[in-house]
Ligand binder design. Sequence first.
Ligand SMILES: *Cc1c(COP(=O)(O)O)cnc(C)c1O
Length: 400
Amino acid sequence: MSNDSDKSALEGAHLDTLAVRAGIARTPEGEHSEPIFTTSSYVFDDAADAAARFAGDVPGNVYSRYTNPTVRTFEERIAALEGGEAAVGTSSGMAAILSVCMALLKTGDHVICSRNVFGTTVNLFGKYMARFGVEVSFVHLLDLAQWRAAVRPNTAMLFLETPSNPLCEVADMDALSALARESDALLVVDNCFCTPALQTPLALGADIVVHSATKYLDGQGRCVGGAAVGGREHMEEVLTFLRTCGPTMSPFNAWVFLKGLETLRLRMEAHSRAALELARWLQQQPLVERVYYAGLEDHPGHALAQRQQRAFGGVLSFAVRGGRKQAWQCIDATRIMTLTANLGDAKTTIVHPATTTHGRLSESERAEAGVTENLIRVSVGLEHVDDLKADLQRGLDALD
Ligand SMILES: *Cc1c(COP(=O)(O)O)cnc(C)c1O
């Protein structure tokens, strides 16, 4: 396999250039688009070569649970975009989080996790990590005093998402990365909502970034996958876990994500632009009580988001006048938006968090997370914003 002529040409290149070019390694066929290597194993030159590759004395592929050229191209590209030394592709976003935990935590360690993270992440820490003797404290994303008070001598990891789902709360990365450093703990950030097009947590003091590539990195709702990005030593540990335990990314999915990355910035800007316009429009509707979007000047996280993010992203939430009945009426009367819990798609999606994504929380946990019965979350897609306004107008017209 011949490498692209001059990798050093990409040193210091802009995100747009890296998103299209980073990680390309052409075969002697000279293909322009990245090939999909659908092979489980690889052929050795001779017995001595097989021995050397197995021993790791010479680089080269052995088996696709270990390495695959298409997956490697994806890993190099997402590492370049996040500004990390290395990345590891995984079979899902949850596999990325699990792999980071399994590689870097041990029995007796303590984790502090934001309560306002993806629901399955809460279960991963609260049920499975706890079962293997990793202690977990859950704190409110915005309450620095809670984070500080939760630190113990054995605290090994701080875990958060910013902005949060569904209220777009914005974490103070300066303060939390300082706390992680003081506590000798790793700061792990799920960058699913912003993607590196809008925010690079490693540059804001995080040690590791995790992704559900299923969302914006793909951008068209086609594949499930994930990634972890960080320093070379940490990623070596994560890769060793993957090689041993197997939640690897499929080459086909890696190829889909590579194509997604090429248009990531353009899409994130379009999502953000439409979301801001829709948020402003919603604010003017008499049947809308409150709009949650960090791009709005009156959102508590607005100034922080301006500092940490290049735009405000595609997800917003709003509360309609009334309760569950009115929220359901609004959702059911829309005809363009899709009723599904997924997000980060070209197609706009709408969902009632209290009875779906946050339905397993207790009433008090939901109240604490600010997920009220009248709340609706929209992941703004790439349709014309006027059609989305008309669709939500249909929804609001249906309210009792
Ligand atoms: C979807 C999601 C995940 C989990 O990713 P999967 O690819 O579904 O495993 C993790 N974090 C966030 C913020 C998500 O939205």
